[in-house]
Design a binder for this molecule. Sequence first.
Ligand SMILES: NC(=O)c1ccc[n+]([C@@H]2O[C@H](COP(=O)([O-])OP(=O)(O)OC[C@H]3O[C@@H](n4cnc5c(N)ncnc54)[C@H](OP(=O)(O)O)[C@@H]3O)[C@@H](O)[C@H]2O)c1
Length: 248
Amino acid sequence: MTKTALITGATAGIGAAAARLFAGRGWKVVGTGRRGDRLRAMQEELGAAFLPLELDMRDVNTLRQLDGLAGDWGGLDLLVNNAGLAPPADPLHEQDWDRLDQVIETNITGLVALTQALLRKLIERQGGIINLSSVAATYPYRGGAVYGGTKAFVRQFSLDLRCDLAGTGVRVSSIEPGMAETEFTLVRTGGDQAASEALYSGMDPMTPEDLAETIWWIATLPSHLNINTLELMPTRQSFAGFSVTRKG
Ligand SMILES: NC(=O)c1ccc[n+]([C@@H]2O[C@H](COP(=O)([O-])OP(=O)(O)OC[C@H]3O[C@@H](n4cnc5c(N)ncnc54)[C@H](OP(=O)(O)O)[C@@H]3O)[C@@H](O)[C@H]2O)c1
């Protein structure tokens, strides 16, 4: 039977690369995002293997009805909770509340609502859930309080969900990447293309395709194996250590 994956945030970056890779390797892919034009372009590119689903991860009422996906697209083998974003990397007291709220609603509330809505379908097929967390879940940095906090939630949610799903055959994994060149920094900086290019310049960042391959690897492991968490970084990204402020 052809397998089906639902990939959130399939209009850009890691989600778009994963949608292409899974469809190219024989899966059916339901791809979501707010930008309908990009979803339609992907449908033209991938044909019948791709079902576009234009939705906002902050629209919890719609997410909660997605267990009603019908017909050929009714079964689900894999949920990739990939849609997400970060606010500008400013200290919390300088952040705009609306941006923070958008990040919390997208990265946490929407992810939980969608996962809950689709769990029974995933249990029926002994499917899998792959959640996109981040190294920001583990390693703090200045300006990362809300983003890192949301990604720490995603990591712990993944681990706790494994307990709920014990005995069902459903696998849950948290992927925790470092820097990958996508539209992530463009979104974070409010559209500053030069800042985005400068960040990735000369440091060989991971590519969306690297992470799509990682998602594929986890999804296609033998069914007796569960990757709980997987942290990965570009070789040129490392740790900055502790900082100290001095008086006077
Ligand atoms: N790039 C990195 O360095 C990196 C590192 C660690 C973790 N991650 C995580 O990886 C995931 C994918 O990020 P990316 O790097 O591929 O970023 P990206 O290129 O900016 O893609 C983000 C995707 O999320 C979707 N999205 C954002 N807000 C949404 C909303 N309210 N409703 C529906 N979809 C929404 C976007 O679609 P629309 O705009 O069309 O809605 C887009 O498809 C995120 O969870 C991110 O936190 C990224």
